[in-house]
Design a protein around this ligand. Structure first.
Ligand code: GLU
Length: 375
């Protein structure tokens, strides 16, 4: 099963607070981070793209601000996150720089992965960073996130990120080495589960509450993360990060729990675009564009003959041919207003017409779900 990690191209690694920050001193565990970054650098050298979802901002910041132990008020944890995040990001940048790997900080809230326009922006940014060989270090934007708009735990944030960028492996490093049939701290008969083929009710029942004092994720949030990841076609693994070199340990076949993906990232995305989004407009294309789409190309403004409806960038639209036959659906890269101004024009002219340099494509091929894609 370790091949799921060794064969992956795009990997998201989530690191829990308890691993990165010493519970007693509130200080960063530098030696641990250095060992993990050696593992990451090894994968990076093999050409893999890696995004890190790192917790620890609040845990680091509370010491810095002199906040005592115990539960923090919302504004205190937001302040602690602000003070801790800068240190957290700096530590990652510093250690990965030793391996000549560039680091970029990305702070997200739940809304950024749910609202389509923001989703597109977040996805394009992370995607671009990965293509440029940088490691995005992602955390929740705790400073602005209040109850209604927050994930609250980085397990689910990591799964959303993995789904958003079409990752093919999600690694959750935490203080637990995997899933047990019962809480092993309480029940000595608890059985270790090395692989979960499907998230059945029986599996869900195995999850207990959080046990670690620093982070927010317990087994419940890990299973919620698994649900998001496997439905997006991304296998997930829960492994202990207690030892040094936890990724090497997974690659060597060490103890961990794998969750099998329910689909592929590609078909999960096509299903999402084609099925679950309400289309906000219609775009008619000429015969040449229809042919190009059928060959797997993107839709360029030059091939569009008419635009109906009022949509925003990132909304789903229906694509039709000259006879009004529905070809499929896609997420559009321009608002209806801007799209109307550039239709029929060459992509090189977009900047002169709109006054900014947007995408060359009106709908990128990664954002298309054509009916011919259906099984
Ligand atoms: N975003 C929080 C932090 O960086 C951690 C949330 C979690 O532990 O899941 O402190």
């Amino acid at each position: 099963m370790a091949e799921r990690l060794s064969a992956a191209r795009r990997i998201v690694v989530k690191v829990g607070s308890a691993l990165l920050v010493d519970a007693d001193s509130g200080r960063l565990k530098r030696a641990w981070l250095e060992a993990l970054c050696q593992d990451l650098a090894g994968l990076h050298r093999q050409g893999k793209q890696i995004a890190v979802v790192s917790s620890g901002a609040i845990a680091l910041g509370r010491r810095h601000l002199g906040l005592g132990p115990g539960a923090l008020k919302l504004e205190e944890s937001q302040a602690a996150a602000a003070a801790g995040q800068i240190r957290l990001a700096h530590a990652w940048a510093d250690v990965l720089a030793g391996h000549e790997i560039g680091v970029a900080q990305v702070l997200l809230t739940a809304e950024d992965t749910e609202e389509r326009r923001r989703y597109l922006n977040a996805r394009n940014t992370v995607d671009t960073l990965l293509r440029l060989g940088a490691v995005p270090v992602i955390n929740e934007n705790d400073t602005v996130a209040t109850a209604e708009i927050r994930f609250g735990d980085n397990d689910r944030l990591a799964a959303r990120v993995a789904a958003m960028i079409g990752a093919d492996c999600l690694v959750l490093l935490s203080d637990i080495d995997g899933l047990y049939s019962a809480d092993p701290g309480i029940d000595p008969g608890a059985r270790f589960i090395p692989e979960v083929a499907a998230l059945t009710a029986e599996i869900e029942a195995m999850a207990g509450g959080a046990r670690s004092g620093l982070g927010r994720g317990g087994m419940v949030t890990k299973l919620a993360a698994a649900r998001i990841a496997v439905q997006a076609g991304c296998p997930m693994v829960i492994a202990s990060g207690h030892g040094l070199h936890p990724l090497k340990a997974i690659l060597a076949g060490g103890r961990c729990t794998w969750f099998r993906a329910a689909t592929t990232p590609r078909s999960a995305k096509k299903q999402w675009i084609g099925g679950s989004l309400k289309p906000m407009g219609r775009i008619a294309v000429d015969a040449g564009a229809a042919k190009a789409l059928a060959r797997g190309k993107s839709l360029l403004p030059a091939g569009v003959t008419a635009i109906e409806g009022e949509f925003q960038r990132g909304d789903a639209v229906v694509l039709v041919d000259g006879d009004g036959r529905e070809l499929g659906r896609g997420l559009v890269a321009y608002s209806a207003e801007d799209a109307r101004r550039i239709v029929g024009h060459r992509s090189q002219d977009i900047e002169a017409i709109l006054g900014y340099r947007g995408r060359e494509e009106l709908i990128h091929r990664d954002d298309l779900a054509l009916h011919r894609d259906k099984p």
